[in-house]
Design a protein around this ligand. Structure first.
Ligand SMILES: [Zn+2]
Length: 503
């Protein structure tokens, strides 16, 4: 049974789908007036992993994510740059989708844009007015918070306490057309030069919260299973979405609410004023998207995540260990003949099954990715110990393949692009064989080809020949020069083999 932490219930609860085998989820998308920062990226990557896990567990997932393409911030940016709001929104919508693809976030099943849904939004506003939950004032329409007794339940706020916080503002003359300072706009009268649509209340545009309410209801129906977003959206955005939708329809809006934690930079809150505001696309100029994703997976999605260059390099090293393990298996699979048996097929089968269960147990517990990664490292560590720090001695290809398939499958659930990483173009120590091996084999063993594995065979054969001829100097020279390239030669009863020296 999958358990999720439900923000509204303030508890980890059993997750039961409303419709058998189907998960309907809505995750608030971006307001497209700028490039997204890595805090936003954390939210989207978190929910991408949650979605991928549901899919891997064979749920049919309908994932809806809106684009807010009309908003005060978009209009402000457009005015600043002398462009239309539409132009600004189109540019940053495209940039957002590109950014999501860059970090391997899957496209939503449906990606509605607010400006394409205005008639349905007007309909929802009308329903609120008709049912007495909203009122018109000077072309604006406001939700009457006091008309909905459950207001505050999602974010755990008390309406009377919130009211007293607002009283001060009111006495300072900031009070507006609202009947009550807590009321919020579901429809905003157009100011000159703003994008506007005709409505029963004159020209205007929808409020942000109302946009999400409309699109979630339209594409998922009510109630749906999960509403997600960053923790910064709990109040007021999600509280307001929930209030409007439930007041207008008399139905439950979302069955569960899930929120991802904040991202901090070097233990500080990310903010423009602190000058530590990082855009995702700037981070990706120097950081592999898989490393960034891996860093995020190392922290549970609800916990605050600390982003720093130290943590990035730790993530890179840890991910590199998994990649190296798979490359070593690949080498073993390709060069199996004549090598030593290290795996017992029956034991491997059983251990793979156990690892899969451990992974599922961790992920079923509110998507505990860091714990699930821990199970993978335990599994790899054990296998590495069995093969003596080197995977260059695998005769049981089927077992090696089974281990490889499992690792690739589980890493795929996390959205990590393992095929790319294992194929890796980056010339580094994790590469199967450096080209110097071929050069060395040509020099000391007369090897004429260009294949790293063949070159190793040639070198080991040359060393064996030298030893047979009691030419210890030559045998040691070959060993030392392999050592300089990062490979240790080990003599075993089955003959010599080489292993990569782990640093
Ligand atoms: Zn929303």
């Amino acid at each position: 049974m999958i358990k999720i932490y439900d923000t509204k219930q303030r508890a980890k609860v059993d997750f039961e789908t409303l419709e058998h085998g189907k998960v309907k989820m809505y995750v608030c998308g971006p307001t497209v007036y700028n490039y997204i920062h890595i805090g936003n990226a954390r939210t989207f990557i978190s929910f991408d992993v949650i979605r991928r896990y549901f899919e891997w567990r064979k749920f049919d997932v309908v994932f809806v994510q809106n684009v807010t393409d009309v908003d005060d911030k978009i209009i402000a940016k457009a005015n600043e740059e002398g462009r239309s709001a539409h132009e600004v929104a189109a540019e940053y919508t495209k940039a957002f989708i590109d950014d999501m693809h860059a970090v391997n976030v899957k496209d939503p099943t449906i990606r509605p844009c607010a400006t394409q849904e205005i008639p349905d939004m007007i309909k929802l506003v009308q329903e609120l007015v008709d049912s007495g939950h909203a009122y018109e004032a000077g072309g604006d329409v406001y939700f009457d918070v006091r008309s909905f007794p459950q207001y505050g339940e999602l974010s755990g706020r008390n309406v009377d306490e919130m009211e007293s916080g607002h009283r001060e503002l009111r006495t300072e003359g900031i009070a507006d057309r609202k009947h009550d300072p807590l009321d919020f706009a579901v429809w905003k009268a157009a100011k000159p030069g703003e994008p506007a649509w005709d409505s029963p209340w004159g020209k205007g545009r929808p409020g942000w919260h109302l946009e999400c309410s409309t699109m979630a209801q339209k594409y998922l129906g009510l109630p749906f299973d999960i509403h997600g977003g960053g923790a910064d959206l709990v109040f007021p955005h999600h509280e307001n979405e929930c209030a409007q939708s439930e007041a207008a329809t008399g139905r439950v809006f979302a069955n569960h609410w899930m929120h991802s934690g904040m991202l901090r930079i070097n233990s500080e809150k990310m903010s423009k004023s602190l000058g530590n505001f990082l855009l995702l696309r700037d981070v990706l100029k120097t950081v592999d998207p898989n490393v960034l994703r891996f860093l995020m997976l190392q922290t549970h999605y609800r916990s605050p995540l600390d982003f720093s260059s130290d943590r990035l390099s730790e993530a890179e090293t840890a991910l590199g260990r998994i990649v190296t393990f798979v490359r070593n298996l690949d080498w073993g699979i390709e060069n199996a003949a004549g090598l030593q048996d290290v795996f017992d097929p029956a034991i491997v089968k059983d251990e793979c099954r156990k690892e899969k269960i451990a992974f599922i147990t961790a992920m079923d517990d509110d998507f505990n990715t860091s714990k699930a990664l821990g199970t993978i490292f335990d599994f790899i560590g054990k296998k590495n110990a069995e093969i003596g720090g080197s995977a260059l001695s695998v005769r049981d290809v089927a077992s090696a393949q089974e281990i490889r398939d499992l690792i690739m499958e589980l890493m795929g659930v996390f959205g990590l692009q393992m095929d790319k990483l294992v194929a890796g173009d980056e010339p580094q120590e994790s590469d199967a064989f450096p080209p110097e091996i071929v050069t060395l084999a040509a020099e000391v063993a007369g090897y004429e080809g260009s294949d790293g594995a063949e070159a190793v065979d040639a070198l080991l054969a040359a060393r064996a020949e030298a030893r047979a001829a009691k030419d210890w100097a030559q045998a040691d020279a070959i060993r030392d020069r392999l050592g300089a390239l990062g490979f240790a030669v080990e003599d075993t009863p089955q003959g010599a083999r080489i292993s990569r020296v782990e640093d």
